[in-house]
Design a protein around this ligand. Structure first.
Ligand code: DC
Length: 227
C-alpha cells in the first residue's frame, strides 16, 4: 500500500541554512514547508509584548492558555504566523525575539503547548519540518531525518550578510557571539535539546552551495518515496 503523506525532519543549529534549504526542497517535492522556530518566536513575541517576565517559567506557563498561535500557509506556500488572529510574521524576526525564543523554548510547558500544532500538520500533509527536536521528539517516526549543520563561523557569516542587506548595525563578531550563545542554550537545555537523532543523515553545508544542499535533501527524500 502506498503512503498518503510523508514527513521529513530537518534539525540543526541556527544559521545552518535549514529554512532556505527546507523551503526550496519542499517546493520541488510539492510538500508543505513548516518552520517550527517561527512558533517559538511567536510565543516569545507574545510574552514580550504582554510584559511577561521571561526569566520566570511559571509566569510564561500561566500566560500560554490566553494566547492562540497558528501557522497558516498562503497560496505561494509561505508560512505566516497568526497570533490571536493577527499576522505577526514580520515582528517575530527581530534579534530580541531570536534570543528570547531560545529562552522560552527551554520551558517544558511551552514545548508541550506547541507539540500538537506541529504533529497535526504532519498528519494532514506531506511536510518538511525544520527545527531542533523534530527528528528526536516531534516526529520520531519521520520518513527521512536530516541533521543540517555548518561551522559556527560560516553560519555567523551567512546571518551577518543577511542582516547587512537589511541595514542592521550588528557586527560579524556580535552575530557570532550571539549565535554561539544561542547554540549553547539550545544544546544544553534539559528538555528536547538540539542533538542529531541516531537515525538522521548528517549534512554539513559548510562547503556546499545552496543549490547542492537543496539537491542533497531532495535526493534523500526521493530515495525514500520511491522505495
Ligand atoms: O530556527 P529559529 O532560529 O527560528 O528558532 C528560534 C528558537 O526556537 C531557537 O533558538 C530554538 C527554538 N526552537 C526549538 O527549541 N525547537 C524547534 N523545533 C525550533 C526552534
Amino acid at each position: 500500500m502506498t503512503k498518503h503523506v510523508y514527513s521529513v525532519a530537518i534539525d540543526g543549529p541556527a544559521g545552518a541554512g535549514k529554512s532556505t534549504i527546507a523551503r526550496c526542497a519542499a517546493k520541488e517535492l510539492g510538500f508543505v514547508y513548516m518552520d517550527t522556530g517561527a512558533i517559538y518566536r511567536t510565543v516569545a513575541y507574545a510574552a514580550i509584548r504582554g510584559g511577561v517576565n521571561l526569566g520566570d517559567p511559571q509566569a510564561v506557563s500561566d500566560f500560554l492558555p490566553g494566547i492562540s498561535v497558528l501557522p497558516q500557509w498562503d497560496r505561494n506556500g509561505e508560512q505566516h504566523m497568526i497570533l490571536n488572529g493577527t499576522d505577526v510574521s514580520g515582528e517575530i524576526r527581530s534579534p530580541e525575539v531570536s534570543q528570547m525564543a531560545s529562552v522560552v523554548a527551554a520551558i517544558p510547558s511551552v514545548r508541550s503547548f506547541l507539540l500538537d500544532t506541529q504533529r497535526s500538520v504532519a498528519c494532514e500533509y506531506s511536510v518538511i519540518m525544520d527545527g531542533r527536536d523534530i527528528g528526536t521528539v516531534v516526529l520520531p517516526n519521520a520518513d527521512v531525518k536530516i541533521f543540517l549543520t555548518a561551522s559556527a563561523q560560516i553560519r555567523a557569516k551567512r546571518r551577518w550578510l543577511e542582516l547587512q542587506q537589511k541595514n542592521a548595525p550588528d557586527t560579524y563578531e556580535q552575530v557570532l557571539e550571539e549565535m554561539i550563545r544561542r547554540d549553547q542554550r539550545d544544546m544544553e537545555r534539559e528538555i528536547a535539546p538540539l542533538r542529531c537523532a541516531e537515525d538522521a543523515v548528517l549534512l554539513d553545508t559548510s562547503d556546499l552551495s545552496l543549490e547542492d544542499s537543496i539537491s542533497a535533501v531532495v535526493s534523500l527524500v526521493r530515495e525514500v518515496i520511491s522505495e
